[in-house]
Write a protein that binds this ligand. Structure first.
Ligand code: DX5
Ligand code: ZN
Length: 226
């Protein structure tokens, strides 16, 4: 796993992969240089889309050594934490608006010995994270409204990213800053300059205007890091 403070971590979102050939897609994207696998869990209630559950995390864990970065867009959260942790999630990131007591939810995640993250929607005020800073290993800044891949990038949330970058550096908090939504080779530059450690990328890296291939995935990942 890349260490804190090193090169930009690239976390392809499997939501945009060819789901009928998921193991092949995971093999290709791993060889192409992906650092983490990002998995979007949606419940049709907290967000208007439905995706995967803990069983898929478990199956991915059997075929991949990459850290599994699980982004929970579900409400409630607490009843599902044990299942996702046992399935092999490396990071479990929650939206604080999705539970009554997010501090307790984060404690529950940490009790499994895995990393805990908190996500900020474009409309979420930055202050939500302040009381939770000691509990989190990762803060995810959403640059689209959660629910779908392939949406246009929103730049306003980068203001929150810049503030958090300064805060984390000045206090030396061991927290990674992740950006999710509309990341591509054009927006990546501005996102990295604003202080992101981790880039999630769905539609850009997996887009099917060319057939899946190692060369295509490799060049797209390299373009993000440039
Ligand atoms: C949106 C998800 C994202 C999404 C990213 O709710 O959290 O991870 O898959 O997809 P792109 O990169 O296409 O915006
Ligand atoms: Zn996501």
């Amino acid at each position: 796993m890349p260490q804190f403070g090193q090169k930009t971590i690239i976390a392809p979102s499997l939501l945009s992969a060819d789901l009928l050939n998921l193991q092949h897609e995971i093999d290709l994207i791993t060889k192409a240089g992906a650092d983490w696998l990002h998995l979007d869990i949606m419940d049709g209630h907290f967000v208007p889309n439905l995706t995967f559950g803990p069983d898929l995390v478990h199956q991915i864990k059997q075929v991949s050594k990459l850290p599994i970065d699980v982004h929970l867009m579900i409400s409630p959260i607490d009843p599902f934490i044990d299942a996702f942790a046992k399935a092999g999630a490396s990071y479990l990131t929650i939206h604080p608006e999705a539970e009554f007591h997010p501090y307790r939810t984060l404690q529950k995640i940490k009790s499994h010995g895995i990393k805990a993250g908190i996500a900020l929607n474009p409309s979420s005020p930055i202050e939500i994270v302040y009381p939770l800073l000691e509990m989190v290993d990762l803060i995810l800044i959403m640059t689209v409204n959660p629910g779908f891949s392939g949406q246009s990038f929103l730049s306003t949330p980068l203001g929150k990213l810049k503030v958090l970058r300064k805060l984390i550096d000045s206090h030396k908090y061991p927290i990674l800053l992740e950006v999710d939504g509309g990341v591509n080779k054009i927006t990546a530059k501005e996102i990295i300059e604003a202080g992101a450690d981790v880039l999630v990328t769905g539609h850009y890296v997996f887009s099917k205007n060319q057939p899946s291939s190692l060369e295509t995935y490799k060049s797209r990942i390299e373009d993000l890091r440039k």
